[in-house]
Every structure is written in structure tokens, then in C-alpha cells.
Design a protein around this ligand. Structure first.
Ligand code: C5P
Length: 241
């Protein structure tokens, strides 16, 4: 079983709210995923420093997609100390992904470069009719994962249900970053086809991206720190059991 690590999704627009969460949760989780909303509001350097000052690792979820030269520059500018992982869209093409990998390797802290395959908001008719890409979403996701691997990316974002297929296609060391995870005690909300953290860990997921079950846990679970500790414990029990 993989040594599954937890990244808390900081889906807030305000750096003060984020700081409160980071202070409380940094001792209990591996790191934090920050995306376009918080980075647009507060700026990448402020957000990254706010997390790394508390000892948390940063997954910069900015999903770069542009011409290779621009992505190269964006990755270079974002490889700040504390950033251990960032991502690009696989459908920007091999040259763009290679430019991202090159920029990461030239940086002092060389973050893991992760690919986004097919957004979960894209359904089959969007893929086939609007984007005019034939085949199923799963076929396209595996195709883009292999393309990402060929371009030197370290892994991809995928659902817990796809971890095994991706590892089979791309190898066990190809990193899987997995949202759509819900402890049995949490509200499912808008996530569909969820797995519990322990189940996702058993599939071999490397990183679990978990937001609301930790940042806004049910009253009976307690504080965000209590929720994070409970999830870490559940994963550990699954490993031992
Ligand atoms: O609150 P919740 O646990 O649903 O948060 C999951 C995080 O993972 C959110 O930041 C969401 O945008 C992100 N995500 C996702 N599904 C994807 C890709 C990213 O839920 N396919």
C-alpha cells in the first residue's frame, strides 16, 4: 500500500481565513492545495509563504495551459521554496508539458509536475461534440496520462476509481493525486462516486486532496484538526489491518 499523504484543499478567497486553517492543520497533514481563487485574491508569494512558514507543503493547483514558452516562464516564476507540487493541463500538448518539466528541473526545489487530464466537469457530449474528441472519457484520460508520462511529468490528478487503471498503464511510481474522497462520517455534497480515505489509500493513491470534510467537519467530529487526525488514523488502521 502507498504511503498516502493528505493535502487539504484551501477553497477560500481570503488569506486570513486561509491562515487560520493553515495554523490549525499544518501539524496534522502533509500540506495544502491552493488554487486560482486564493492565488488571484492574495498573490502566489503571499499564499506560498503563509503555508510554508507554518511547515506545510504547497500544491500549487494553477493548471497552467499556454504556449510552451509562456508555461516555462510561469513554472519558473512559481517554483518558490515550499512548493512541492504543481500542475499543467495535459491537453496543452507534449511540448508544453516538456517545457513545464524543464522549468521545474532548472529550479532549486524541483516540484513534482502533475497533469490534469479531463476535467470532471466535462461530460461525454462535451468531449465528443464540443471538443470533437472521440472515445470515452476514461480512454481520453488514460491517453493523456501516457502522454504526460512520455513528456516527463511525475503523475496526474484522477478519481479514486481510476488509480488502479492509471498505475497499471503508467507504472506504480507514477503519482496519483486524488480528490473525490469522503470519510464515511462526512457529507458527500456535490462529489459523486466517492471513496473513503482508507479505500483510496488501499487503491494505492499517493496524495488525497480533501477539502470540506476537514475544513468544515460535522459537529460530532469536532474541529478541523480533529477531522484531520481522524482521517490520518483511519488510513493508518487500513494499512495495519
Ligand atoms: O471539499 P472537497 O473535498 O470536495 O474538495 C475537493 C477539492 O478537489 C476541491 O478543491 C476541488 O476543486 C478539487 N477537485 C475535485 N475534483 C476534481 C479535481 C479537483 O474535487 N476532479
Amino acid at each position: 500500500m502507498a504511503d498516502t499523504k493528505i493535502l487539504v484543499a484551501l477553497d477560500v478567497s481570503n488569506i486570513e481565513q486561509a491562515r487560520t486553517m493553515i495554523r490549525e492543520l499544518a501539524p496534522h497533514v502533509f500540506g495544502f492545495k491552493v488554487g486560482l481563487e486564493l492565488c488571484s485574491a492574495a498573490g502566489v508569494p503571499t499564499v506560498v509563504n503563509g503555508i510554508s512558514d507554518q511547515g506545510g507543503a504547497v500544491f500549487l493547483d494553477l493548471k497552467f495551459k499556454d504556449i510552451p514558452n509562456t508555461v516555462y516562464g510561469a513554472v519558473k516564476a512559481s517554483c518558490r521554496p515550499g512548493v512541492f507540487m504543481m500542475n499543467v493541463h495535459c491537453d496543452g500538448g507534449s511540448e508544453m508539458m516538456k517545457a513545464a518539466v524543464k522549468a521545474a528541473r532548472e529550479s532549486d526545489n524541483t516540484p513534482l509536475m502533475i497533469g490534469v487530464t479531463v476535467l470532471t466537469s466535462v461530460d461525454l457530449s462535451t468531449l465528443n461534440d464540443e471538443m470533437r474528441v472521440s472515445g470515452t472519457i476514461q480512454e481520453q484520460a488514460v491517453h493523456l496520462a501516457l502522454l504526460a508520462k512520455g513528456a516527463g511529468l511525475n503523475g496526474i490528478v484522477c478519481s479514486p476509481h481510476e488509480v488502479r487503471a492509471i498505475k497499471q498503464a503508467c507504472g506504480e511510481s507514477f503519482v496519483t493525486v486524488v480528490p473525490g474522497v469522503r470519510p464515511a462520517w462526512a457529507v458527500t455534497g456535490d462529489q459523486k462516486r466517492v471513496m473513503t480515505p482508507a479505500e483510496a489509500a488501499a487503491q494505492g493513491a499517493d496524495f488525497l486532496v480533501i477539502g470540506r470534510p476537514i475544513t468544515n467537519p460535522p459537529t460530532e467530529v469536532g474541529s478541523p484538526a480533529d477531522a484531520a487526525r481522524k482521517i490520518v488514523e483511519e488510513i493508518k488502521m487500513a494499512v495495519v489491518g
